[in-house]
Design a binder for this molecule. Structure first.
Ligand SMILES: Cc1cc2nc3c(=O)[nH]c(=O)nc-3n(C[C@H](O)[C@H](O)[C@H](O)COP(=O)(O)O)c2cc1C
Length: 229
């Protein structure tokens, strides 16, 4: 099993430790990237990725190693500390670069056979909205199953987290890791993803963007083909 972790921060605090613990407990090969160190560009809004192709993004080359690692992974972990109730700016800037992969545009077929995890930690509050920032992208990319784990650590770094809190974290990371291992290799998207995909399969027969319409046709998705088969 292969796991890729995208860390929305460039330091090894509570969020890092939780994300890493889940990946380790699945026993998978881990590839990880730290933002903004490994990718720190902002989307410039040229819309080339939507209207031409993803290679026309001015940041395509810089993003390529992360894109390749995500496409090859069985599990994608997006992790971010809560910054003012949301994911870090680095994580948001990263996710903006994959708008063209949303189901309403041109999703990558392998996503429909992957599992995803979103993780956030806060001193006290904001994990729900932060996890949603990341889970929205996983859902609209087509990721078949996503686990969400938000933890109020009452600390600003891992050393400050109490032993009692760490014991509860270890339990939760074990629970999520064993669910991932159990589903690995036989995960299929749920009803919500299939329903959204079905709506797009009708919509893309006409569509409003030539590139997306062509893509859906080429993939056979406007007909009977489905990316999870
Ligand atoms: C810029 C900034 C904004 C933050 N905003 C929040 C917040 O909205 N709610 C909260 O409970 N904690 C907030 N925190 C605290 C962190 O989310 C918390 O300490 C988190 O566990 C840090 O994770 P890390 O150890 O992985 O860096 C903020 C911290 C920073 C640096």
């Amino acid at each position: 099993m292969k796991t890729v972790i995208i860390h929305g921060q460039d330091h090894k605090g509570s969020t890092y430790h939780i994300a890493h613990e889940i990946a380790e407990k699945t026993g998978s090969d881990i590839t990880e990237f730290f933002l903004p160190r490994d990718f720190g560009e902002f989307c410039i809004g040229c819309t080339n990725c939507f209207s031409k192709n993803r290679g026309a993004c001015p940041h395509h080359e810089k993003l390529a190693p992360i894109t390749q690692a995500m496409d090859e992974a069985d599990v994608i972990i997006l992790a971010s500390p809560v910054y003012v109730y949301h994911a870090t700016g680095a994580m948001k800037a990263f996710l903006d670069h994959y708008g063209h992969r949303w189901m309403v545009h041109s999703p990558e077929p392998s996503m429909f056979r992957k599992q995803g995890v979103v993780i956030s930690t806060a001193a006290g509050a904001g994990m729900r909205s932060t996890n949603k920032d990341m889970a929205d992208s996983l859902f609209f990319w087509g990721v078949a199953k996503t686990y969400k784990y938000g933890c109020a650590v009452a600390a600003v770094n891992w050393n400050g987290v109490s032993d009692k809190k760490k014991a509860s974290i270890h339990k939760n990371t074990s629970r999520i890791a064993s669910a991932i291992v159990k589903r690995n290799g036989r995960v299929k998207p749920g009803l919500k993803t299939k329903a959204f995909f079905f709506a797009m399969h009708i919509f893309q027969r006409k569509g409003f963007n030539d590139r997306d319409r062509e893509y859906w046709k080429e993939m056979g998705w406007t007909g009977r083909e489905r990316p999870w088969h």
